[in-house]
Each structure stands twice: as structure tokens, then as C-alpha cells.
Design a protein around this ligand. Sequence first.
Ligand code: 3PG
Length: 404
Amino acid sequence: GEYAGLGEVSGKTVLVRSDLNVPLDGTTITDDGRIRASVPTIKALADAGARVVVTAHLGRPKGAPEPAYSLGPVAARLGELLGQEVAFATDTVGDSAKETVAALADGQVAVLENVRFNPGETSKDDAERGAFADQLVALTGPDGAFVSDGFGVVHRKQASVYDVAQRLPHAMGGLVAAEIDVLRRLTVKPERPYVVVLGGSKVSDKLGVIDNLLGKADKLLIGGGMVFTFLAAEGHEVGKSLLEEDQLDTCRDYLRRAREAGVELVLPSDIIVDTEFPSGDRTPAPGSVPSSEIPADSLGLDIGPESAASYARALSDARTVFWNGPMGVFEVDAFAAGTKAVAEALTRVSAAGGLTVVGGGDSAAAVRKLGFDEDAFGHISTGGGASLEYLEGKELPGITVLES
Ligand code: 3PG
């Protein structure tokens, strides 16, 4: 059988970089979206007769094994979803990896332990990263190949993403190709109105994307924790809400630039507040206040009902929507209504034939947690940082390297 640009892969050992970085509660996977999204490429290679060796990371261990970040549970779930046995190597390039790969027959699949258990994976030193990449490549034998399918990590210049592609015949996996295709549609002549909804806790994570979208989107709706730095920039008191003092000037600048460019930058007019951040042993006591009247002893935890309705209206005639970041602390029912309203509005845009893209680990997890059917959205991206960096117009090392 053949795979994409690689030609015949039957009998060959193919290294696949997937993004299997899923949220875990102990050893229980709480959202397996990224594993499910990785299945088609792995399955296509196995069906074509390749010996498939999957590399991936989990969390951010510091270059040494940490049991809490083992990919063991992920490998088990992958096996269930693939409907075939998946071998698991308890190290990444050591004896277990060598034995596991050597034992693979055509069409079989193995997962190597967390690549980030090795300091070479994320090293800034080209030689150190290269040496680790050499060890990964050595596992594949004389006619190995590489398939890059971990869209969530293509913005990382790391050994299993970047350096291995320089050392092996390579191809873009189906997931990466699909993600890039959708993101390109957002950047090249998006159908208008083009509305962007940005949430999440920090403005500082979204600076590049706001910068870039101020010239491209028709409306920018703001929610999540970053609302309060914008409200403070407009001169409002925000009580105990999340506030990034060092971004106040930046937010003022965005508000001014949006006015000048004729882009509607919309902040919520009301906020759901409570006197404390939700925690397990406390019953939430939510209240709704105008955004200009957040009490000193309270913090904002969701956009209010008036804002949720007005964001839904602002989205109602959209033809293209990109949404990154929840509107509130959606994990707690009392603070989930804003996120739910935005998700619902997106499903209506999709139903009317518009393009809707949900980007980012958190918003993707939110729509699944809130019980939405994934098919009700045009595309749910597996990449958080990667999709934002693409929209910022940044070069993605893991993509560029495939073009050489
Ligand atoms: C993600 O969760 O966005 C990706 O898996 C990348 O993880 P990283 O930010 O730790 O590189």
C-alpha cells in the first residue's frame, strides 16, 4: 500500500509524530479528542502494511521520566480506538523501544514513551536535538520514513517534529493537511462577515493574534479572563478579577486601533461574578452585574446573560467564524452559559452554510464537555498554540521543514 507522498510503505518502519497530549485525571483520559483525531493517519499507514511507530509527548516533563506523564494510558486508548493491539515501549529510544520496534510485523502499531522524557527533544541546542533525532531515526532501520501528523506541535522546533523530518523521507499526515487547509481558508479571502471570538484567561497569550486580526476580521468579540484587562484599560474597576497590569497600555492601543480600522472590538456589557474562584468544597453564588460595576470584593467568572445574547446576535449573520478560548469558567455549570451561548451560535452559522472553526485545546474540550455534537461545527482544531501562531502569520517550523 501507498501513503501520500511516501509511495510504497508496506514492510517499512514509519515514524509518525502525533499530538496525543490529552488531559488526564490520574490515569483517566478526560478528553480523548486528540487521540481520535490521530487515528485515521495511523490506521491508513497500518492498513497500507507499514510498521507504525508513534512518537508523542504528554505535558511538559523536564527531560527525564516522570510516571505521571507516561503515555501508557494513551497507548491503551489508542488501541481501543484503532481496534487493534498497540505495543507500548517503556522508553523512547532505549532497549524497550528497540525491542518493541523490532518485534513489529507489517501493519502493526507501537507507541514510544513520552519523547519529552529525553532532554534532546526540546533542547535549544541544534546538536543535542539532532543527536536525539538520530536515535529516533535509527529505530526505523534502512528504509524508514517520517509522517508529521501532530498539528498541535508543528509550532515547536523539537527533535521529533523538526529534526527527524530533516533526516528521513517525509510526508504531511492527513490531520496536519486538513488543519492547514481550514486555517488557510480563514486567512485567504474569508467570506464576510468574518467574526472572531477570543476568550481564555490571558491577553498576553493572544497579543499576536489580536494584532494580526485587527486588520482582517470584521468583529472581534472578547470573553474569558482577558476581558478584565480590557475593562480596566477603559477605566473600569474590576474588583478581584484577573488583571494583567503590564498589558493595560497594549489593550488601550488595541481599542484605539480597532476604532481607527472600523473593526468592532466588543467587550461584554455584563459579567457573572462571585466572591471567590470556584473550588470543590464551595457552592457557587453567582450574580450578574454591569461590567462597569464589578464590586471590589468580587471577581468575574463568565460573561453575563445580556452579553451572551448580544454575542449570539453578533454571530448570527457571520459567514466565517474563528473561536479560541472559553468565555468563562465553563467547567463549573454556574459559569458555563457564556461559552454555551457562543458554541450554540457557531452551530447555527454552520447550519446556515458558514465556516466555523473552533481552535484550541480548551475550547475544543469545552464544546465536547458541554455535550455538543462535533459535527455541528465546521472544524474543531487539535491545535491551540499552533492554530494561533498560524493565524498570527508566523512560520511554523514543523510545516516549513516538510517543504524542504
Ligand atoms: C498543546 O497542548 O497545545 C500541544 O500539545 C503542544 O504542547 P506544548 O505547548 O507543551 O508544546
